[in-house]
Every structure is written in structure tokens, then in C-alpha cells.
Design a protein around this ligand. Structure first.
Ligand SMILES: [Zn+2]
Ligand SMILES: [Zn+2]
Length: 173
């Protein structure tokens, strides 16, 4: 086998197996053990954290990822309500997320909005509606309206799926 450079002390050594990355001097073996332990602990910590996450935590995370996707999808557009370039970009729901669970993660229901319209004008919905008809069309808005009136509960598995789907979509930008 060809000689390699030790991962830790950088000294060239003659490996015994293909998997050997260090020279097997005591110091380097210690480094190797510590690194392995640290990796295992990081994995274990991530697993414990995931186990402790509640449905509420998953909803929050799903909304963060989904909203980020909306901001990327609409990047460069003006606020859906006031038509100005947003100083601070929000993903604004037309049908309020807390009262309309079924369209909380519906792409037709969420668009780029400035923080002023989203937060201080509570969505600036009359203007929002006007521009939403322009953007998605009356037919889609009618469908959205019907969807918005249905109730919906999300399971952790469904929320995980939403998180994964939108993480993938974000990567495409
Ligand atoms: Zn070494
Ligand atoms: Zn605005």
C-alpha cells in the first residue's frame, strides 16, 4: 500500500488497512479516539433534541422553512399589498396562519410582503386581495378560499415531510 500522511501529526506512514487514516502513534490514536467520541456525542445530542421536540416545535420549524422558501420564490418582487419594495421582507399569509390551518403551508396563500403591511397593518388584506387576484387569478383564489375554510391538524410526520420538502426546494435557489 502507498504511504499516507497522518490525519493528525501529518507525518507520512505505511497504512496496514485502507481505512487507516492515522499513524497509530499514541498521541494520534488518542486524537482519533477523542474525535470519534465527539462525533458520536454530536449524533446522540441531535437525536435527543429531536426526541424532545414537541408538535409546536415542528410547526414553528416548518413555518420557518416554508416562509424562507416564499421569500426566495418572490425575491425581487414588491410587497403584495403596498406594491413597494419591502424594507424588511416577510412571508405574509392572506388567510391568517393561526385561524386557517389547512392553508398555513399553501403556496398560493403566502406571498412576499413588507413587515409594515404584515405586522402593523395586520396583513393589509384589502390591498392584498386586489394584487393576489392579479397574481394568481380569481379562479385560484376561489379554490384557495374553499381550502381555507377546511379544518386541518398536522401530525409530526406530516410536519417533518413539509420541512424536508421545503428544505429541498430552498436548495434549488
Ligand atoms: Zn500521527
Ligand atoms: Zn407593504
Amino acid at each position: 500500500m502507498k504511504t499516507r500522511k497522518c490525519k493528525y501529526c501529518k507525518t507520512p506512514f505505511q497504512p496496514i488497512t485502507t481505512l487507516q487514516k492515522n499513524c497509530f502513534e499514541p498521541n494520534c490514536v488518542t486524537d482519533w479516539i477523542n474525535e470519534t467520541k465527539k462525533k458520536q456525542w454530536t449524533k446522540k445530542k441531535a437525536k435527543l433534541k429531536a426526541e424532545l421536540m414537541t408538535v409546536q416545535d415542528y410547526i414553528k420549524l416548518a413555518q420557518q422553512v416554508f416562509n424562507k422558501y416564499i421569500r426566495l420564490r418572490d425575491a425581487g418582487q414588491n410587497c403584495i399589498s403596498c406594491s413597494k419594495p419591502p424594507k424588511k421582507e416577510n412571508a405574509g399569509h392572506y388567510y391568517n396562519a393561526n385561524n386557517h390551518w389547512n392553508v398555513r403551508f399553501n403556496e398560493l396563500n403566502v406571498h412576499l410582503q413588507c413587515e409594515h403591511c404584515n405586522t402593523f397593518l395586520s396583513g393589509n388584506l384589502i390591498e392584498y386581495r386586489k394584487y393576489l387576484i392579479n397574481k394568481i387569478g380569481l379562479e385560484q383564489l376561489t379554490l384557495l378560499e374553499a381550502e381555507a375554510n377546511k379544518t386541518r391538524k398536522f401530525s409530526v410526520d406530516q410536519l417533518k415531510e413539509i420541512i424536508n420538502t421545503y428544505k429541498k426546494k430552498i436548495k434549488q435557489f
